[in-house]
Design a protein around this ligand. Structure first.
Ligand code: HDD
Length: 737
């Protein structure tokens, strides 16, 4: 963690005064975590006109035409009680602009959060691709947008859904977009079904419910009628559907891509993003609570981590496969986007590191207006004939035209390439470039023949000369696309027992929200083909008979890389709540808070009321959360500096002495709820002083794994941090499957 950033509430970062200034002054400078890349003009040159200067220059309020205004609080009226005059241009301009502030939200992936960063190539991909940004130590600015798929722009972050993982590389050879997800497979094999799967997943058209959910009839109707969706759906029902944080998600390019080296050799690859913090998830109850208590849970987590200097990192890796005419590997059809290639068969080879180090300064300008497209490629990276990818290559350009109001969205600052642009595209809505010359066509003799085309030796993009197989035209898929159950079964068999429990619970929950028994029964038939035990458990939960499989279970080997449980990971940036009462042992709180911080974690002190806690002995302790606004879901681990007594709350100490009360004082019920929840969600909990009274009152076995007691807060913290490295204390939950 960057030590330059002071602890929240630590003296040294004095905020500017909040009073209304009496003299004009420049707007506040961007915060240190908001320094995005330099604005680049449509020609690719740095404009020098920075974004703020273009829309927020000068000290005085003006109209959009730059006319200074003496007042913006009163409409122009005929006398103080008279009618408003239509000639008031400022009123009309202000309201008209406001009326048009919203643009259509993305038809999918509407809810997102983004960050700027940098990608550094390792040079290890040099043997398979000529892409310059992958060269050793080449540094490329990136903009990354994470998203949910189904919900509207204002929906909650922690819903069960696939997450988008879209990365824009501003390379010197043009923009490369890797528009992936946190799940390595997709629902459908052909893009022509995309409107159908999305119509099925979106809220029902009559009442427009449920929001941001797959737990409804039309979704399950679709996926049970299109059994190719089984694999993706199973991933959604697994812990992958409810990530702990965007920082702790894997990312996948999903399709097989084709890399080309300088001598024309080609290699098929699948792209993977591996988070340095490991891939971790919420538990379902936690996700639901967070959806209400903090709908911005993931968005906040990402921005807070970057602001605190705990920059999230991912390694980009590739699985490589020979570019053979059949485009299969180990019997797996590489053009089928419902299939993975297990990492045990084709290891993921790291080729670069991405670090997200700056928050956007304006959500709309950057996160909302960023426009990705899987067809934004650079020399050395090409597409394959995956039929899902083919449709995507059409869809993204098309959608930006209506979403961003015309064909010039590449001129929006966040979308501008950092490579020079000379495209002969002209005019259109929102044209901001002032093009020179008279001959936007080529060849021409009037503008000196410019622009010139570039062969491969001048960095021009050339498609790999792949043979197109001769076959009669037709609407059909290869026979290999008919295998819908072997890889879902492999995924199921690869999960740890506790992860399987979660899958069973997720299917049972989602299907219990459906009204139509025929839909549930059809889903059960697909589950029977994955694994009879999975089917039986879900059927039991629904109160329905378990059907027989329609095909024998596939003979597959588990792929251990698919499980998220069992390894140890860095704990940097994890959030540790420290609960204390008004009159608790502040010395221990100070020491533990400091120790948490120096281990690279984020300490948040939780007390009965806000402000600071003082004991006259040391520095006051700033309170970041109160018993009234804290919920366990915010913390990866909870530490109790004693047993805060009931009686003190945010409205003031009803009992001035309330705090870590005497032996007989009842524990504050909000602390009990927080602790019991954290324990139930398999989090590490620790405590010192008389924290044992909390365990007792919350019904927690002090000897249970993951409950760390002791006399010294620092020792307790060490025990808790060791547990955090495994994310959760799963072995507290004996699994049955
Ligand atoms: Fe898509 C957005 C990822 C299939 C059509 N998609 C979108 C975003 C991500 C993905 C991450 C959000 C980008 C952002 O943050 O702005 N989509 C995928 C993946 C797919 C996939 C990994 C399969 C492997 N998508 C897919 C198909 C189609 C689309 C088959 C249409 C035929 N996707 C779109 C879209 C969106 C979009 C409608 C909505 C907003 C946008 O493009 O810019 O065009």
């Amino acid at each position: 963690m960057d030590q330059r950033h002071p602890l929240p509430g630590r003296p040294g970062s004095e905020p500017p005064p909040l009073e209304e200034p009496t003299e004009p002054r420049e707007p506040l400078p961007p915060k240190s975590d908001q320094s995005g890349p330099e604005t680049v003009g449509p020609t690719g040159r740095a404009t020098g006109a920075d974004r703020a200067a273009m829309a927020q220059g000068g000290a005085h309020l003006t109209t959009a035409q730059g006319l200074r205004l003496p007042d913006t609080d009163h409409s122009l009226k005929a006398g103080p009680r008279g009618p408003v005059l239509l000639r008031d241009h400022h009123l009309r301009e202000k309201i008209t602009h406001f009326d048009h502030e919203r643009i259509p939200e993305r038809v999918v992936h509407a809810r997102g959060a983004a960050a700027h960063g940098v990608f550094r190539g390792y040079g290890t991909a040099a043997g398979v691709t000529k892409a310059a940004f992958l060269a050793k130590d080449a540094e490329t600015p990136v903009f990354v947008r994470f998203s949910t798929v189904l919900g509207s722009r204002g929906s909650a972050d922690t819903v069960r859904d696939t997450r988008g993982f879209a990365v824009k590389f501003y390379t010197g050879e043009g923009v490369f977009d890797l528009v992936g997800n946190n799940i390595p497979v997709f629902f459908i094999q052909d893009a022509i079904k995309f409107p159908d799967v999305i119509h099925a997943g979106k809220p029902h058209p009559d009442r427009e419910i449920p929001q941001a959910q797959s737990a409804h009839d039309t979704f399950w109707d679709f996926v049970s009628l299109h059994t190719e969706a089984t694999h993706h759906t199973l991933w959604n029902m697994s812990d992958r559907g409810i990530p702990r944080s965007y920082r702790m998600m894997e990312g996948f390019g999903v399709h097989t891509f084709r890399l080309a080296d300088a001598s024309g050799g080609t290699t098929l690859v699948k792209f993977h993003w591996k988070p340095k913090l490991g891939a971790h998830s919420l538990v379902w109850e936690e996700a639901q609570i967070a959806g209400g208590a903090d709908p911005d849970f993931h968005r906040r987590d990402l921005a807070d981590a970057i602001e605190a200097g705990a920059f999230p990192q991912w390694e980009l890796g590739i699985q490589t496969f020979p570019d053979t005419p059949d485009q299969t590997f180990a019997g797996i059809d590489l053009l089928d986007p419902t299939k993975i290639v297990p990492e045990e068969l084709a290891p993921v080879q790291p080729i670069g590191l991405m670090t997200l180090n700056a928050n956007p300064s304006n959500y709309f300008a950057e996160t909302e207006q960023v426009a990705f497209h899987p067809g934004h490629l650079v020399p050395g990276i090409d597409v394959t004939d995956d039929p899902l990818l083919a449709g995507r290559l059409f869809s993204y350009l098309d959608t930006q035209i209506s979403r961003l109001g015309g064909p010039n969205f590449a001129q929006i600052p966040v979308n501008r390439p950092h490579a020079p642009v000379n495209d002969m595209l002209r005019d259109g809505m929102h044209q901001t470039a002032v093009h020179r010359g008279v001959a936007p066509y080529r060849p021409n003799s009037l503008d000196g023949g410019c622009p010139f085309t570039a062969g491969a030796d001048a960095g021009g993009y050339t498609e790999a000369p792949v043979e197109v197989p001769a076959a009669p035209r037709g609407r059909e898929a290869p026979a290999s696309f008919d295998d819908h159950f072997s890889q879902p079964r492999q995924f199921w068999l690869s999960l740890s027992p506790v992860e399987r429990e979660h899958v069973i619970a997720a299917y049972t929950f989602e299907l219990s929200k459906c009204y139509e028994n025929t839909v549930k029964e059809r889903v059960l038939r697909t589950l029977a083909n994955i694994d009879p035990r999975l089917c039986e458990e879900v059927a039991h939960g629904l109160g329905l008979p378990a059907p027989e499989p329609s095909e024998p279970p596939a003979e597959v080997e588990p792929s251990p890389a698919l499980s998220q449980v069992g390894q140890e990971w860095p704990v940097a940036g994890r959030v540790v709540g420290i609960v204390t009462g008004e009159s608790g042992d502040l010395d221990s709180v100070r020491a533990v808070r400091q120790a948490v911080f120096y281990q690279g974690l984020v300490p948040l002190v939780i007390a009965p009321r806000g402000g600071v806690l003082e004991d006259g002995a040391g520095e006051p302790v700033t309170v970041q959360r109160t018993f009234a606004n804290a919920r366990s879901v915010e913390f990866d681990a909870l530490l109790l500096a004693g047993a805060p007594a009931a009686g003190a709350d945010a409205h003031g100490a009803r009992d001035a002495k309330a705090g870590n009360g005497g032996a007989g004082a009842p524990v504050d019920p909000r602390v009990l709820l927080m602790t019991a929840e954290a324990y139930r969600h398999a989090k590490a909990v620790g405590g010192w002083s008389d924290a044992g009274r909390v365990w007792e009152a919350a019904g927690i076995d002090p000897g249970a794994h993951g409950v760390v007691g002791g006399d010294n807060g620092r020792d307790v913290l060490d025990g808790v941090v060791r547990l955090l490295a495994r994310h959760r204390v799963w072995d507290r939950f004996p699994a049955t499957v």
